[in-house]
Design a protein around this ligand. Structure first.
Ligand SMILES: Cc1cc2nc3c(=O)[nH]c(=O)nc-3n(C[C@H](O)[C@H](O)[C@H](O)COP(=O)(O)O)c2cc1C
Length: 187
């Protein structure tokens, strides 16, 4: 929310401004990516930054305690194992206290037409009912898969806004598209 915080405002107004503060939670993987690129900043992180450039928000990067390998095929294999086990890989903490925020942007790449299991760990960790959830996603051209549906199912009393999704290869050129989307959903 692009609010101008008036520091001389009455305490109640300040409390309100704090309450509408947004949080951006994202997971993004650096390293070797399809087809043959080596990323120093993951594609989803690029989008997270564009959102942060426009929205006054705190940012929490989901970092798995056991880092994903840089090698693409090794990640694909590990992801498959985690999906098969319905795993919840541990996140380097402390996790954010979501009660401080009304709006939570949740960003992740599509992995095997779902969200990476480490994002499911985050979804399990926080009570998101009553929150406004704004998904954003990068993928290799196949879209968000079942990920947004998973969020809706898990937190039926959250208000899930229209997501942003883009092919990761186009992430760097997407600042305008991100801004258009943010404007459309009221940010
Ligand atoms: C394990 C794994 C599985 C993937 N599965 C899909 C998929 O099912 N559909 C798709 O469009 N892209 C898939 N991708 C490609 C990523 O979604 C895409 O490269 C994304 O932009 C990477 O974002 P990041 O750099 O933020 O991690 C997969 C990538 C990995 C590493």
């Amino acid at each position: 929310m692009r609010s101008e915080k008036n520091l001389s405002a009455a305490p109640s107004a300040v409390a309100h401004a704090d309450k509408v503060k947004s949080l951006i939670v994202f997971f993004s993987r650096k390293g070797q990516n399809y087809p043959k690129v080596n990323l120093t900043i993951g594609y989803t992180q690029v989008i997270a930054q564009y959102i942060r450039d426009r929205v006054d928000a705190d940012v929490f990067e989901v970092v798995p305690q056991d880092p994903y390998p840089e090698d693409y095929d090794a990640v694909v294999r590990r992801n498959q194992r985690e999906e098969d086990a319905d795993a919840r890989p541990a996140i380097v903490g402390p996790l954010p206290d979501v009660s401080e925020y009304q709006s939570i942007f949740i960003g992740y790449p599509t992995w095997n037409m779902q969200m990476p299991m480490v994002m499911r760990t985050f979804l399990d960790s926080a009570n998101l009912n009553g929150k406004t959830i704004i998904p954003f996603n990068t993928n290799a051209g196949y879209g968000v898969g079942s990920s947004v549906e998973v969020i809706r199912r898990q937190w039926p009393n959250a208000s899930v806004l229209q997501e942003f999704e883009v092919n990761g290869a186009d992430a760097a050129q997407s600042r305008k598209a991100v801004n258009r989307w943010l404007e459309k959903i009221g940010y």
